[in-house]
Design a protein around this ligand. Structure first.
Ligand SMILES: [Zn+2]
Length: 171
């Protein structure tokens, strides 16, 4: 016990990322845009919400809530699933992310919107690719049909499943 080296571990490592995540310029741009969007709306992008959104932007594919919990844990940010769910709720409310019911997963919104427009997702069952379609024609038609039905939508997400153009002819 005479030669205990105490210099190497000089303090708790809680909150220090083991491996700093590297995000692309595109992700950084998207994050800056999201931050500006929240600021303009007076919505608070807390560090937790920011991290969740950053992961969704960084991966650019649907991630389950538990994928996010695991990814955050691997970055040194241990979080309870409920915390991640709350962050996701906020992001959905702000129109920054969408929940894909058919995949039970979350994906970033490629068009930062007010959450009032209709978004259509084309989901490939073969390769898992998800393509967000922002079509004013679709939005207009859905709005008209909803009005005719006197229906008040809670979400306006269309999920279309099938095969993408790359997988269509592959058997
Ligand atoms: Zn595909």
């Amino acid at each position: 016990m005479a030669h205990t080296l105490s210099l190497q571990h000089t303090g708790p490592h809680v909150g220090v990322p083991i491996q700093a995540p590297r995000f692309s310029e595109r992700t950084e741009r998207a994050m800056a845009q999201s931050e500006a969007f929240c600021r303009a709306r007076g919505a608070r992008l807390t560090p937790i919400r920011r991290r969740v959104l950053e992961l969704l932007h960084g991966f650019d594919k649907p991630l389950g809530a538990y994928d996010l919990v695991e990814l955050l844990g691997s970055q040194g940010h241990r979080m309870a699933p409920i915390t991640v769910y709350r962050a996701l709720d906020f992001l959905i409310e702000q129109g920054l992310a969408h929940r894909l019911a058919s995949r039970n997963a979350y994906i970033v919104s490629s068009t930062v919107s007010s959450g009032r427009t209709t978004t259509a997702f084309l989901i490939c069952e073969a390769c898992g690719d998800v393509n967000e379609i922002a079509s004013p024609d679709v939005a207009d038609t859905v709005t008209r049909v909803l009005r005719e039905q006197g229906y008040q939508p809670r979400s306006r997400i269309l999920e279309i499943t099938g095969r993408c153009s790359h997988c269509r002819d592959v058997h």
